[in-house]
Design a binder for this molecule. Structure first.
Ligand code: URA
Length: 240
């Protein structure tokens, strides 16, 4: 594929913009400036730099962000900065979207992609993808609250009770909870219905993919084939 087209496909702008980028000597291939926008390269595995920043050709964008608190998962945030402000411009140009939303005060693993099918799979209620949250609560936890969460709590505007798939008390006020739905304020509403109150919410995994321990808050990584494979591999969720 021509360099100009490759750059365009990777979010570096319109074809004239990509051509200008190449002519200005800001693009390197194999360490050397390539100033020919029509130079031909194999797309698969193609590595290049733009302004010294390394990139690899990717057919689609799959990212994991360690979402900070006080960021909104919206393109048009109202009260806080948008999570999209944490991503580089080429990724945004490709139309990357959050795979579901986390509340502005929720932290942790957020997937982003430009692959509509992928976004659909990981947000569709029918798919029952498990999401694990570490939940800090205001009041000491007790067995009754855990049993209510596991048995199912009735939330306003929901036709049937919603149950946690797993609940593990990790400390007096810290719960690890798995849910398979993606409804608005779900965990906060479930905890409230069980008689407690969420003070902090951190998502630690989606499907079989965990938030990497070494991913700093506010930073993101590309998801590679191995991560996407891991995402699909999770213990089957059992329903009674
Ligand atoms: N449940 C919530 O209440 N908030 C989130 O951000 C995610 C799940």
């Amino acid at each position: 594929m021509q360099l100009e087209r490759l750059l365009r496909s990777q979010g570096f702008g319109s074809r004239p913009e990509c051509r200008a980028l190449v002519y200005s000597g800001r693009v390197r291939v194999g360490g050397n400036v390539c100033d020919d926008p029509f130079a031909e390269y194999e797309a698969a595995g193609f590595g290049f730099t733009v302004d010294e920043e390394p990139w690899i050709f990717r057919k689609n964008v799959y990212l994991a962000l360690n979402k900070p608190g006080n960021y909104e998962c919206s393109q048009k945030p109202k009260h806080h900065p948008s999570i999209y402000s944490l991503l580089p411009r080429p990724v945004l140009t490709r139309g990357v979207q959050a795979v579901g939303r986390l509340d502005e005060d929720t932290t942790g693993l957020l997937l982003l992609s430009d692959d509509g099918q992928f976004i659909h799979t990981y947000t569709a209620p029918k798919k029952k993808i498990p999401k694990v949250y570490d939940v800090s609560v205001k009041h000491p936890l007790n067995d009754l609250q855990l049993s209510l969460l596991l048995a199912g709590v009735q939330l306003n505007d929901e036709p049937a009770p919603i149950a946690a798939v797993a609940c593990e008390m990790r400390a007096e006020r810290l719960l690890r909870m798995t849910v398979t739905e993606g409804k608005y304020h779900l965990v906060k509403r479930m905890i409230a219905a069980a008689g407690n109150r969420v003070e902090g919410l951190n998502r630690i995994s989606v499907g079989g993919l965990s938030l990497p321990d070494d991913l700093p808050v506010g930073k993101w990584i590309w998801l590679e084939a191995v991560d996407l494979h891991r995402l699909r591999q999770y213990p089957p969720v059992c329903f009674t």
